[in-house]
Design a binder for this molecule. Structure first.
Ligand code: BG6
Ligand code: MG
Length: 214
C-alpha cells in the first residue's frame, strides 16, 4: 500500500496515547469494594475499551448483584470522581513512547489526526497531555448510539476529520476496539492485540508501517 493512501489516523486514547488503565482499575477497585466485590488485574483486562456503564455492569455481575438505575448513576459518578483525582498529575510525561514522534510525522505529511475513544474524559485527558492542538477531531461518545465493539465511534471520528474510510487507519489496544475498527471497514493497527498490522508497543508506530497494509 502506498504511504500516501493514508489521509487520516484515528487513535484510541486509553492504552494507545496514554496508559490510564491502572487509574481506571484503582478507581473501579475502590468503588467495587463499597459493594464488597473484589476485582483483580486480570478482570481489569476485560474492561479495556468497555464503556463506563458496561464496566460497572460487568463488575456488579461478577458480584451477582443488580443495581437500580439511580444507584448505577451514583456509583459511576463516584468512580469518575476518584478517577479524575488520580489523573491530577497527568502531563506530557505520560504520553506513551513513540506517540509524539508519530504525531509529528503525521502532521508533517498533512495527515489528519482524530481520537476515537469512548471515554467521556477524552478532551480533559488530551488537554492534560498538552496534545489538543495536534488533534483535528475528538469523537464525542455521547454523540454515538453504540459503544465499541460497534463501529459508531470510529465512523464518527472519520466524519470529524473529514476523511473517507478507505483512507483512514485506526489504532487500538483492546479487542473491543479492533472489532469496532473492523466493523467500520477501516484498516487497523493493533498495539498488543491482533490488528491488520500488529505491533507490540507504541514505540513501533511510524508511517513506514503503512507500507505493510495490503
Ligand atoms: C475506555 C477505557 O477508553 O474508556 C475503559 O479503556 C473506560 O476502561 C472507557 O471504561 C470509558 O471511560 P470514561 O473515562 O468515560 O469513564
Ligand atoms: Mg484502549
Amino acid at each position: 500500500m502506498e504511504v500516501n493512501h493514508v489521509r487520516g489516523v484515528l487513535f484510541d486514547l486509553d492504552g494507545v496515547i496514554t496508559d490510564t488503565a491502572k487509574f481506571h482499575f484503582m478507581a473501579w477497585q475502590k468503588m467495587a469494594a463499597t459493594l464488597s466485590i473484589a476485582i483483580d488485574e486480570e478482570f481489569n483486562e476485560t474492561l479495556k475499551g468497555v464503556s463506563r456503564l458496561d464496566s460497572l455492569r460487568r463488575i456488579t455481575a461478577l458480584g451477582g448483584i443488580t443495581l437500580t438505575h439511580q444507584d448505577e448513576e451514583r456509583l459511576m459518578a463516584d468512580k469518575n470522581a476518584t478517577y479524575l483525582e488520580y489523573l491530577e498529575t497527568l502531563g506530557s510525561k505520560d504520553i506513551l513512547p513513540g506517540i509524539m514522534e508519530f504525531i509529528e510525522e503525521l502532521r508533517k505529511f498533512n495527515i489528519k489526526i482524530g481520537v476515537a475513544s469512548i471515554s467521556r474524559n477524552a478532551p480533559f485527558i488530551l488537554n492534560k497531555l498538552n496534545l489538543t492542538r495536534y488533534i483535528d477531531g475528538v469523537a464525542n461518545p455521547e454523540h454515538v448510539k453504540h459503544s465499541k465493539p460497534a463501529p459508531d465511534i470510529f465512523l464518527e471520528g472519520a466524519r470529524l476529520i473529514d476523511t473517507p474510510l478507505r483512507y483512514c487507519i485506526g489504532i487500538e489496544d483492546s479487542l473491543a476496539g479492533i472489532q469496532s475498527i473492523r466493523s467500520a471497514n477501516i484498516r487497523s493497527i493493533g498495539v498488543g492485540v491482533e490488528g491488520d498490522i500488529t505491533i507490540a508497543t507504541t514505540n513501533e508506530l511510524s508511517m513506514e508501517l503503512f507500507k505493510k497494509f495490503k
